[in-house]
Structures are given as structure tokens and as C-alpha cells.
Design a protein around this ligand. Structure first.
Ligand code: HEC
Length: 405
């Protein structure tokens, strides 16, 4: 996090002529900030990754330990809220250091860092006797700092989108929500791996550097890790705090601006977590269990092929639309080709049947080949399939001119 050049003065300034045992590297506020960030980061990483990889038994065990997915999500949101405050605190404290204390931006990369990297590469392949002559922060520390800043911004933006999807999609297309989810999850993996590999190596394995907790760094570590900074301290050209009147004068200008900025950012955080109390933050009660897909198996029934319909008006032939096919099609085809007219085909009335659907006329009197009903049914396997005998009768009826009555 924030590590602009604070005073790295010998512990006891009277004895400054002699090599002091240790130097102050981080002040209390920086150390507290680091612990808060560490805590919120770890909780977020843990409660987030178990959600990303929720199918894994390890994730499920961890979620169970938290008391279920609802609590896990709540803990994740609370930790995110905490991290947002740490970020606000960081911005204000950096501005304070830069404006009031006038420390330089030693955390930002400069050309010198590439020279150090080149020097280190030469050292590792044996072309050079010494590593880079680093100042207060070396390139590895700067890269990590920038990754944290960048990562926090990305996570806050994509986190906001998932937390408040309705507000987000007022301004952005809906695809942004699943995209934000992917980016949030992958950036999380990247961040956790960066901590486990990059941070772990540089801070704990290469040399166990406790300065972020103790605030102190030893003479020997200074010689090894920050020789350029040490040289500045010894030459007395390092940064020194301004005198009290100057500080007070700058504070008078800084405090109102910082207060407004702080209020503005705090309002942003509160908006972030409250703008949509009814969407992502609300846990929807688990749904009841039900079979998702229940295939409809048609009940077999005897095919009513009325040969001679009793009670028909005199003058209605048995082998006609009214005498036979109207009832046949209603019974056998009506569920799909009734009012719903699947494929545009409605077989409710004689006129409708003549008209047919999107494949052309259903019945062309005298011409079975031109009739879609015959064509479609002849290929077999139709969801409502006529038997061969029925099909033959249908063809004969059409050949006979498909009489209506
Ligand atoms: C379970 C539903 C179902 C039943 C019952 C059914 N069909 Fe169909 N039918 C379909 C579907 C699905 C299509 C294809 C629609 C498409 O391609 O858009 C279709 C298409 C057709 C077409 C072509 C329509 C066109 O113009 O494209 C004909 C003719 C047809 N059916 C005849 C029949 C006949 C005759 C019966 C009764 C013996 C019948 N169908 C029963 C589902 C059914």
C-alpha cells in the first residue's frame, strides 16, 4: 500500500554519526493500514474464491464453516465495505504526505527502475558483482503496489456491477454483468496468486522482512535492499519533515479540501452498498425442489376412425370432410394443428385444411402429391402420425376430389 518516502532517520538522532542499529521505515498509520488491508483482502479472497469454485468440496466445507452461502456472501460484502474505507484512507493519506509533508512519489516507477532490473538480470547471470542500487522502493515493490492499486479499482468497479446490476444496466448494456463476474473472479485469482507467489517470495522467503509490522528496518537490510536510500540518509540529503509552522500552514489548506474529498468518497461508498437494497444484497429464499423437465408421454388411445358416423345429417357421405376427416384431424392433429397452428397449419375447418401452412396448401382436391398433408405424413415419423391404412384412405379421398360433405 502507501509507502511514500517517510523519514528514515536513525532512531536516536544524537548518535547519528555512528551507524544506528535500525531505521524507521513505516509509521504507525501505514502499519495499521497494511493490517486492515491484509485482513480485508484475505477475507475477500477466501469468501470470494469459494463462491467462484463453489462446486469443489473444499469450497463447500469452507462455506459450511461460515454458516452457508448467505453468510459467506454477507461476510464478503462486509469485507469489501472495509476495503473501500481503507482505499479512501489511503488516497487521503497519500495526498497528505505529498502536499503537507512534501515527500516525493517514491512509489511510482521511474526510468531508474529499468536500470535496476537490467542490473539484477546481469547479476543473476553472473555478468555483474552487485545487484541494482535501489532507493527506498525497488521495482518489485513498485510493481506490487501498482498491482494493488489497479486490482482494487477493477475489483471495486466489477464488484459494484454485480452488487448493483439494475443501476449498472441503466447506463451500460446487460452483457456487462456476466462480463464483470468473469473479470472479478479472474482478477481475484490473479491477486491471490500474486500474493502467494510474488509477495510471499519477496517479503517472506527471500528474507523475512518484518518492517511492515515492526516499522523498523535494520542497518544490514538497508545496505542490502535500499543502498541508495541509505547513502542519502548518510549524506543527510534524505527527506526531512518541514518545520511546524509550515506544516500548520499547509494543513489549514489541506484539511478543508481533504474533508470535502473524504465526504464525497464516503458518500460514494455508502451509495455503493445501499443503492440497490433489493437485488444482489438480498438473499432470495431457496426455491422448492421440483423436477425440471417432465416429458409429456402421450396417452395411447384407440384411433377413432369413424367409418360411418351415426347420427349424421342425411346427405353427408361417410368418406368426406364432415363425415370423417374433420373428426379424425381434430382428434389426431388438433393438439398441434388446432388453434395453435404449429407450422402455420390449422386443421379445424375444411377451408383451413385446404389453405394449409407454410409448406403450401394442405389439401389439393384431386392431387395428393400437391397436398402437404400427404407429403408430410408419407415421410413417416411425424409427431402425430397417421397409420398406413389411414394415409391410404386419405389419398383416395383426395383423389376423389376431397368432398367436404
Ligand atoms: C405433437 C404435435 C403435432 C401433432 C399431433 C401433429 N403435428 Fe403436424 N406438425 C408438427 C410440427 C412440430 C410441425 C413442423 C412445424 C414447422 O416446421 O414449423 C408440423 C408440420 C406439419 C405439416 C406441414 C405444415 C407446413 O405447412 O409446414 C403438416 C402438413 C402436418 N404437420 C400434418 C399433420 C397431420 C395431418 C397431423 C395429424 C395426423 C399432425 N400433423 C399432427 C407437430 C404436430
Amino acid at each position: 500500500m502507501d509507502k511514500p518516502s517517510t523519514v528514515a532517520a536513525p532512531q536516536d538522532s544524537k548518535k547519528a554519526v555512528h551507524a544506528p542499529a535500525s531505521y524507521t521505515r513505516f509509521d504507525l498509520s501505514q502499519r495499521i493500514e497494511h493490517i486492515l488491508f491484509l485482513a480485508s483482502f484475505s477475507i475477500l479472497g477466501l469468501t470470494g474464491l469459494v463462491q467462484k469454485y463453489s462446486a469443489s468440496p473444499i469450497s463447500q466445507a469452507i462455506m459450511e464453516a461460515f454458516g452457508g452461502i448467505e453468510t459467506t456472501r454477507m461476510v464478503h460484502h462486509v469485507a469489501a465495505f472495509a476495503m473501500l474505507w481503507v482505499a479512501i484512507y489511503h488516497v487521503i493519506s497519500v495526498l497528505y504526505r505529498v502536499y503537507v509533508l512534501r515527500v516525493s512519489w517514491t512509489m511510482l516507477p521511474v526510468v531508474e527502475d529499468f536500470k535496476h532490473l537490467y542490473a539484477d538480470l546481469s547479476y543473476w547471470v553472473g555478468l555483474r558483482k552487485h545487484r541494482g542500487y535501489y532507493g527506498r522502493y525497488n521495482y518489485a515493490e513498485k510493481v506490487e503496489y501498482l498491482a494493488v492499486v489497479w486490482g482494487t479499482i477493477i475489483m471495486a468497479l466489477t464488484g459494484f456491477m454485480m452488487w448493483n446490476p439494475i443501476t449498472t444496466t441503466k447506463y451500460l448494456p446487460g452483457e456487462i454483468i456476466p462480463a464483470a463476474k468473469v473479470a472479478h473472479g479472474l482478477e481475484a485469482v490473479l491477486a491471490v496468486l500474486a500474493i502467494f507467489i510474488w509477495h510471499m517470495y519477496h517479503v517472506h522467503i527471500k528474507r523475512f522482512n518484518k518492517s511492515m509490522f515492526s516499522g523498523k528496518i535494520s542497518q544490514e537490510e538497508m545496505e542490502q535492499e535500499h543502498p541508495a536510500e541509505l547513502a542519502e540518509i548518510e549524506a543527510g540529503t534524505n527527506w526531512k519533515p518541514p518545520d511546524d509552522p509550515t506544516i500548520r500552514k499547509r494543513q489549514r489548506r489541506f484539511i478543508p479540501i481533504a474533508a470535502v474529498l473524504g465526504l464525497f468518497m464516503s458518500a460514494g461508498v455508502m451509495w455503493f452498498v445501499n443503492v440497490e437494497p433489493e437485488t444482489a444484497i438480498t438473499t432470495i429464499p431457496p426455491g422448492e425442489t421440483a423436477e425440471v423437465f417432465v416429458p409429456v408421454t402421450p396417452t395411447p388411445r384407440p384411433s377413432p376412425v369413424p367409418t360411418a358416423t351415426p347420427g349424421l345429417d342425411a346427405g353427408v357421405r361417410a368418406d368426406s370432410w364432415d363425415g370423417k376427416y374433420s373428426a379424425l384431424f381434430t382428434n389426431r392433429c388438433g393438439s398441434c394443428h388446432g388453434r395453435t397452428a404449429v407450422g402455420g397449419l390449422n386443421l379445424a375447418t375444411y377451408q383451413d385444411a385446404l389453405e394449409g401452412g407454410k409448406s403450401g396448401p394442405g389439401i389439393v382436391p384431386g392431387n395428393p402429391d400437391a397436398s402437404a398433408l400427404v407429403r408430410i405424413q408419407s415421410t413417416g415419423g411425424h409427431p402425430g402420425q397417421l397409420s398406413i391404412a389411414e394415409l391410404e384412405q386419405l389419398i383416395n379421398w383426395i383423389l376423389a376430389g376431397a368432398p367436404e360433405r
